[in-house]
Design a protein. Structure first.
Length: 223
């Protein structure tokens, strides 16, 4: 039914299932069926699964990982754009945010992260930051850094991000706090941090991802 796009038939099948069987189907979709689909079939299927029952099939967004890792993920095809229109037609941004929080950790590149934000209609920098703060990786930290640079009030938002990052209590997050504190001049953040950033390094941090990564991991940027 999925390959033939017989969504009404699929819905009728779902309607006839007892709850115990339907729960098994949810797992099967996430773990076995969606991870085997190409880009357009994935977006079309996920679209219609959400249309049937959002709360049940929302976690299936994590199955996008195989497309991301194989560099087959596209956001500009007809199926992806139809899914985008469906999500944007929902009242508010809560659905978009939920999808992003599940999908973004499965992505492999910054381009994919920006593509998913655009597809889901998440354009507000503060909203993007709130989603990115749920992840701890060098790649998402760099996207967060770039997001803050384009915010209307970057220092204030960066300060709030620092407070949230410190709750992670891990080295990478603390180093990210050190970068944000130095780059955005957050004087009211007085916590002691092991990573020390020299003034000259600030002009190199935003020059490239490689420089950002070097500072984030405690190395010196390439001059």
């Amino acid at each position: 039914m999925i390959m033939s796009k017989d969504w009404d038939g699929l819905y009728n099948l779902f309607d006839g299932m007892p709850n115990s069987t339907f729960r098994k189907v949810e797992t099967l979709m996430r773990q076995s069926i969606l991870p085997r689909l190409g880009n357009d079939d994935f977006w079309s299927t996920y679209h219609h699964l959400l249309a049937y029952r959002k709360q049940s099939f929302l976690p299936c967004m994590s199955a996008v990982r195989h497309l991301a890792l194989d560099n087959q993920l596209r956001f500009d095809t007809d199926a992806a754009l139809a899914f985008s229109s469906f999500v944007k037609s929902m009242a508010g941004t809560s659905l978009s945010i939920k999808i992003a929080r599940i999908g973004l950790p499965a992505l492999a590149t910054e381009e994919q992260v920006y593509g998913m934000f655009g597809m889901l209609g998440i354009e507000n920098m503060e909203t993007r930051a709130s989603v990115l703060l749920t992840m701890t990786s060098a790649m998402t930290f760099h996207v967060l850094f770039d997001t803050l640079r384009h915010a209307d009030e970057p220092s204030e938002l960066a300060y709030r991000c620092c407070k949230r990052l410190m709750m992670n209590n891990d080295t990478l997050s603390y180093n990210m706090v050190a970068i944000l504190r130095a780059y955005f001049g957050i004087d009211r953040l007085t916590s002691t941090l092991s990573l020390k950033i020299a003034p000259y390094e600030l002009s190199y941090i935003d020059a490239s991802y490689e420089n950002f990564l070097n500072v984030l991991t405690g190395k010196k940027p390439k001059v």
